[in-house]
Ligand binder design. Sequence first.
Ligand SMILES: Nc1ncnc2c1ncn2[C@@H]1O[C@H](COP(=O)(O)OP(=O)(O)O)[C@@H](O)[C@H]1O
Ligand SMILES: [Mg+2]
Length: 468
Amino acid sequence: MKLNSVVFKLGATILFLQLIILIPLGFIILQLILNYSYTQTESQLLNLSEKYATEVESLDGEDHSRLLDHLTDMTDTSAAILNADGDITTKTHWDDAISNQFLSEAEQDRLQNGETISKEQTYNGTTYLKVAQPIMQSDGSHASVVLFSSFGLISSSIHNIIILVLLASLGAVVLAIGFTIFISKKLGAPLIEMEKAAKQIAEKQDFSVRVNYQANDEIGSLANAVNHLSRTLERYKNNRNEFFSNITHELKTPLTYVKGYANAVRHEMYQSKEERDEFLDIIENETDHISYLMDDMMDLSKIEEGKIDLNKETFDVNHLLDEMVRRTQFKADEKGLALRFEQPAQPTMLYADKSRIEQIVINLVENAVRYTESGSITLQARATKEGTEILVTDTGIGIRKEDIPYLFERFYRVDKSRSRANGGTGLGLSIVKYLVDMHDGTIDVDSEINIGTKIRLFFPVLDKDKEK
Ligand SMILES: Nc1ncnc2c1ncn2[C@@H]1O[C@H](COP(=O)(O)OP(=O)(O)O)[C@@H](O)[C@H]1O
Ligand SMILES: [Mg+2]
């Protein structure tokens, strides 16, 4: 595990938090117990010495030392009796570590005045609690009893507590490490997998990698995002490859014609001047075809890159369709087709980019003319509260049901040679679909073989456009 990994940082934070809580807590508990033991010992010694001081009236006789013996025995304390002059007369259970000079002058004076003394004193590194009590004698003078109790009892409990705190800290550290390992498995593994996947995508351009992690959390959605990214890039790459091979193919055909006929003209492989003009016409048509192809491709790439903006305005579709019919009339006339617009009485208002709607309609009308041998092409328009509808109906060759879903794909043509012969590039409907989508519209194809095709455009009235 690296020192700068998220998991390590998390583990260190957990450990740090634990110690921050455990150390003061241990300290507080220690203080509490120390205080408690101290007051306990002090009151015990005070009790003892008071009891002794009240029971004993004279230091003569054996009784008092027996009582002292008895009391100190029970409580494990060292005791000494001093007479009124401050000389030690008796010692019981004496701890040799305690110096014989255990009372200062000032303390002796205080005892003579009848005061009780309670004080901590350290000998040889051991701390004792010293309690001295004056004994009022029958002659009025003050003897005294001095008790010493070591903190042995207390320090052993402190010892226990320290061990407990240390054990608890150790337990906490083990827990934290365990938790960190668990988290590193749970968190770190998918993150590392995603890092690898991202590197694979960026450095090796391998878009087939997927992260195998499913969870309903942030890491899960990150994994989904990585997968989504690689899927999109994969699709993009495949599309691009397909697009390039299509373009190469589409350009090759006209170029072959141009080269072949140019060659034929150069070597005068024609029978008559008419035939030569025919060859030159073919060359001209094929270069036109390349030119259309370039225009369509430029359009498509601009649209796909999101480089075109819509200049929306409200206009009457009737004028636009009327104009379209007039402009394409000659193409219909060439094939002897009737082309008409059934203009409604009311204006058909639409909020859209006029030039783009024009582009859409021209493409549809050109297709209708291209794929109709006899009969008519009819344009219709209708505006309702929901939106605006434009219909282009022809009596042409029709499209098979199974081909309809693919019509909007780039370079998809049901009949390649027919399309080519009529100047089609196979890109028209892809461009139309993009433009319709940009307007949040829909395009539907309804067709029957040898009966005809009806294309329905619908542009809904959008809430966001209403205030305009
Ligand atoms: N009105 C129609 N009638 C019959 N077939 C059509 C019609 N419009 C489009 N198609 C079919 O859809 C294909 C794709 O159309 P499009 O993208 O405009 O390419 P093209 O350059 O061939 O016109 C055409 O090649 C044709 O097979
Ligand atoms: Mg077309």
